[in-house]
Design a protein around this ligand. Structure first.
Ligand code: PMT
Length: 406
């Protein structure tokens, strides 16, 4: 699986740097081409010669130590990497990456890289829990960095607590899992909708909902990391969309319908996580509505149900809807699945703590024609996205397998 993959192993200055050597050895044995970049502090814990011997490649420490006049080393390394793994990652290394600093070979290469980054932190427990470190890790995660959590045990500083670098076997498992997922949706065109729609009442007022776009953005980003070509149709959102996807911004349910219909035919998978208005104003005032009287009655009319429209049109597309419910989740989810002709429905009970709108986590149950397929515990929206897309990829593969066989 790792054969021929180009991996940069960044080793930063903590006592766990010695485990970087074991990881390097495992990566090479698995067939990866490993280029090691050490910080100067890391070189105080373990010799570059050890890593050079294990990786069978020169070790990079100094940005200005240019050995090949034909290339600029940090750009060349960054351009050719399939994955960068930082193990161990100190608080300082993560702070530099979060802040965009480029003052040594590793930080400079990280800024030049466009490939995914896997970070395995290791430090004292109080450092690990410091708000600045927590903030930096959240920021890096929001930009797509993946993490292998530290373990709990005896720390070099004497504490028995969380902060030990994950074992090299666990970091290897995370790397292999990423490469497996990386190709799962290769060649697939995925259409994702995210955020809430806005239904104008006048030039300054509108009807909307609490959707932040986080769930849909996580799905779009995860699909892209699995190799898909992603189109993201996004309404009103409160977070930045993922980079590298084709983004179409819309406001109203009608605009979302139009944008979705434009790309539906060419899509293989459609995931409708957007919270779409069911009603819109019959008349949209050109001018700001003036106060008059104690009550104002707005006349609303039904919007087109986009998912239902797609369900009627679909030919080969794998169609996934969401269901935001507060009661009788299974009953309503199954009703939507059948009525809207979906292959899967992802139901979230938005009345539960940690589920639904706005937060970083969700609690979902996925239903298919056969009923409940999986009930996931509370997970980050990124993890929900990964689980959902793995399920979709598996189902699609078995459908395509059946089609090829017949
Ligand atoms: O964006 P976040 O803050 O991360 O929140 C995520 C979420 C709660 C918005 C998401 O997890 C979710 O549940 N999305 C669906 C919300 C919704 O509109 O549910 P619904 O049960 O009302 O609609 C069912 C399905 O029909 C949805 O796939 C919806 O996109 C679709 N629909 C609804 C109405 C309409 N006019 N057209 C549609 O396509």
């Amino acid at each position: 699986m790792l054969k021929g993959k180009s991996i940069i192993l960044g080793i930063t200055g903590g006592i766990a740097a010695y485990k970087g050597a074991a990881l390097c050895s495992k990566l090479v044995q698995a067939g990866a081409k490993v280029n090691v970049i050490m910080t100067e502090s890391a070189a105080k814990f373990i010799t570059p010669l050890t890593l050079q011997t294990l990786s069978r490649n020169p070790v990079h420490i100094d940005t200005f130590d240019e050995r090949d006049p034909g290339v600029v080393s940090h750009i060349d390394l960054a351009d050719h990497a399939d994955l960068i793994v930082i193990a161990p990652a100190t608080a300082n290394a993560m702070a530099k990456l979060a802040g965009g600093h480029a003052d040594d070979m590793l930080s400079t290469t990280l800024l030049a890289a466009t490939c995914p980054i896997l970070i395995a932190p290791a430090m004292n427990v109080h450092m690990y829990e410091h708000p600045a470190v927590v903030h930096n890790m959240e920021l890096l995660a929001s930009r797509g960095a993946m993490f292998v959590e530290p373990g709990t045990g005896q720390l070099a500083c004497g504490y028995v607590a969380k902060g030990r670098l994950a074992e090299p076997e666990d970091i290897m498992a995370a790397i292999e899992a990423w490469f497996v997922r990386g190709g799962m949706l290769a060649g697939k065109r995925v259409l994702v909708t995210a955020g809430g729609t806005m239904e104008r009442l006048d030039p300054v007022r509108y009807l909307t909902n609490d959707s932040s776009g986080k769930m849909g953005f996580a799905i779009a980003e995860a699909a892209q990391l699995m190799g898909a070509d992603v189109t993201l149709v996004a309404g009103r959102t409160s977070v930045a969309p993922p980079a590298g996807v084709r983004l179409i911004r819309v406001e109203s349910a009608q605009q979302m319908l139009d944008a979705v219909m434009d790309v539906f035919e060419e899509s293989d998978i459609v995931v409708k996580s957007a919270a779409v208005a069911d009603y819109r104003a019959v008349d949209i005032s050109d001018q700001k509505l003036k106060k008059s009287g104690e009550r104002l009655v707005l006349e609303l009319e039904r919007t087109t149900d986009i998912l239902e429209t797609l369900g009627k049109r679909k030919s080969r597309q794998f169609l996934v809807g969401f269901a935001a419910e507060t009661e009788q989740v299974e009953h309503y989810a199954m009703d939507k699945l059948q009525r809207k002709n979906c292959d899967l429905i992802v139901a979230n009970d938005v009345s539960r703590e940690g589920a639904g709108f706005n937060g970083d986590t969700n609690i979902v149950q996925v239903f298919g024609a056969e009923g409940l397929i999986v009930s996931l515990p509370i997970l980050s929206k990124r993890e929900v996205a990964n689980c959902l897309l793995e399920l979709i990829a598996g189902r699609l593969a078995s459908v395509e397998g059946t089609a090829h066989d017949s």
